[in-house]
Write a protein that binds this ligand. Structure first.
Ligand SMILES: [Zn+2]
Length: 575
């Protein structure tokens, strides 16, 4: 009985000491005040440290960046990384450039005159009514705007001078109008990779910014768009185009007048712009072969267009041209070189920069993860490997900023094993800062970006639209079909036996492999169509992650039939 006695005595001692309680609370308040003040001071110090040096702003917007500014920039980038704000420098530079008055043309033909504005409205309505109206997909809209924004900035245009509209049709096509609208069909968006979409957007952007449409647009628009674009402040893409024209690519001379020549020019310029932003130019071949046949009076044949694109891509392989005009490729090669050298920073060695070895290390870790996953897949006899999974060519770059003298490039690893038609399955490992001095691009600083960042950030921000399909209501049939689709989707990654009937044989190993890992399949842009009381299709874009990393994305179409009062999956189509 001793213990309870002692406890109660202790309790009494503390519970009755009012004065000591007051003292304790005063002490607590004092400590809290000191802590708050310390936090405030620390926050102020951090904010002060995170400020971009005032003299850096004008230096970065200039045509040539001197050594002092480069040193300032490196210190600033590293400081922000250490203080936990790695994104801040690139964001500051972006807003700095956006504010710059000399930069950012409005690419589209002006629609200020009433006649032109009404023509623009008419054209818009015509395109919509002939192509199934507007398709609303938040996922694909944000995906396309992400790509369009980088392309516009790299070309020296204000991103808001282009407006992208999705058309609700299964055709694969894209068109643009002189007022800066670009239309892309659902059929093209849901079956195209980010690289292919970048090629399409860059092609249409060139038609718009060069005023290719004014001949049919309206006679009085002739003075607005068009020929003037070369006279504006040189942007890095125009400079690069001129250099390629000097290497013998006629289509880049910017003198196209006939519609044939304008198509060649838009292809060439589109491939150049998208490639300079880090997209794979060879995917233009896929785009060209998938487009519907165009009228021969206005468009060259697909074979001729492919030959034209091949000429551009050949010329872009010129080493001299790359070092002067392709900062993304320079960044990727620097990281690859650092990976081969075992990620060592050697000060004074050209092409090396502080931070680069760290980025190389993170890239290598991601590639090692991919290798391990591949070995495991082989162990499961997964036969569906669409391509060889070697490290070669899996490091890629995406421009965040491109000006004539400064470039910021995100370096990522392509983690996709198979389909990649609903966004790029890739992980961003780091960011490289490049400066062009004496006409040559050179990495000057690099930073590791913490956390898992997907090359297509929409993967993280959009919810799974097939999960929790709405309760039965007036559209019962649609709900039932959607629930069947959800069930099919959820078991497709674990229950291979249940899917034998509709899967190809090679998918068995795939499903067994996925069943042993933490696999997640998310769906976007779900679309259900009931063709008759017993026949429905459910189409959706989806992305697959394994252990949190994206590995594949595609578009799926399920054909559902009603049998004995139950919807069953009769056919599966993957794009
Ligand atoms: Zn065209």
């Amino acid at each position: 009985m001793r213990n309870p006695g002692r406890t109660s005595a202790t309790w009494t001692k503390y519970s009755t000491g009012r004065r000591s309680r007051q003292r304790a609370s005063r002490l607590a308040a004092f400590v809290a005040l000191i802590l708050a003040a310390a936090t405030g001071i620390a926050a102020a110090v951090v904010l002060f440290e995170l400020r971009m040096p005032a003299r850096l702003g004008p230096a970065l917007s200039g045509a040539e960046i001197d050594d002092v500014a480069v040193a300032d920039l490196c210190v600033y980038v590293q400081k922000c990384s250490h203080l936990g704000a790695p994104d801040l420098p690139a964001r500051r530079v972006q807003s700095l450039l956006a504010r710059g008055t000399s930069r950012g043309r409005n690419a589209a033909t002006s629609t200020t005159s009433p006649s032109r504005a009404s023509l623009a409205r008419e054209a818009h309505q015509m395109v919509l009514s002939e192509n199934g109206g507007e398709w609303e997909s938040a996922f694909h809209q944000s995906r396309i705007e992400r790509i369009a924004c980088v392309l516009a900035m790299a070309a020296g245009d204000r991103p808001e001078s282009y407006r992208v509209t999705l058309l609700d049709t299964t055709q694969t096509n894209a068109v643009s109008t002189a007022d800066g609208r670009i239309y892309i069909t659902r059929g093209l968006v849901t079956t195209s990779t980010d690289d292919e979409i970048a090629m399409v957007l860059a092609h249409e952007m060139h038609h718009i910014r060069s005023g290719h449409w004014y001949s049919w647009w309206s006679p009085d628009a002739e003075d607005a768009g068009g020929a003037g674009w070369e006279d504006a402040r040189p942007d890095p893409v125009s400079e690069a185009a001129r250099a390629l024209a000097d290497l013998g690519v006629d289509a880049l001379s910017g003198e196209a007048t006939t519609s044939y020549a304008q198509e060649f020019e838009a292809d060439a310029r589109g491939v150049l712009l998208a490639s300079m932003c880090g997209y794979d130019g060879r995917q233009m071949y896929n785009v060209l072969t998938r487009l519907p046949s165009m009228p021969v009076t206005s468009h060259p044949s697909v074979a001729h267009r492919i030959a034209g694109v091949a000429k551009v891509l050949d010329a872009m392989g010129d080493p001299g041209w790359i070092s002067s005009h392709d900062p993304v490729k320079v960044a990727v090669r620097s990281v690859e070189t650092a990976m081969r050298r075992g990620a060592m920073y050697r000060p004074g060695v050209s092409g090396e920069a502080p931070g680069l070895p760290d980025v190389a290390r993170v890239c290598q870790e991601t590639l090692d993860w991919l290798d391990a996953t591949e070995s495991e897949m082989i162990g499961f006899r997964w036969l569906g490997a669409g391509r060889a999974l070697s490290g070669r060519g899996r490091v890629l770059g995406r421009a965040v900023v491109i000006t004539s003298s400064l470039s910021v490039v995100d370096v990522a690893v392509d983690t996709g094993f198979v389909h990649a038609t609903a966004g790029k399955p890739g992980v961003v490992c780091g960011r490289t800062w490049l400066i062009r001095r004496r006409g040559v691009w050179e990495p000057v600083a690099a930073q590791v970006l913490p956390g898992k960042r997907f090359a297509a950030p929409e993967w993280l921000t959009f919810k799974d639209e097939l999960r929790g399909v709405v309760a039965p209501g007036p559209k019962d049939v649609e709900c039932d079909a959607l629930r069947t689709a959800q069930m099919w989707r959820d078991t497709a990654v674990s229950d291979f036996a249940g899917h034998l009937a509709v899967y190809a044989l090679e998918a068995i190993g795939w499903a067994r492999f996925l069943g042993s890992r933490h696999a997640e399949l998310r769906a976007w842009s779900v679309r259900c169509e009931t063709h008759s009381p017993t026949l429905a299709t459910v189409a959706f874009s989806s992305g697959l992650t394994i252990d949190g990393l994206p590995i594949s994305s595609n578009s799926t179409r399920l054909t559902l039939v009603l049998e004995d009062g139950q919807w069953k999956v009769a056919q599966v189509n993957l794009d």
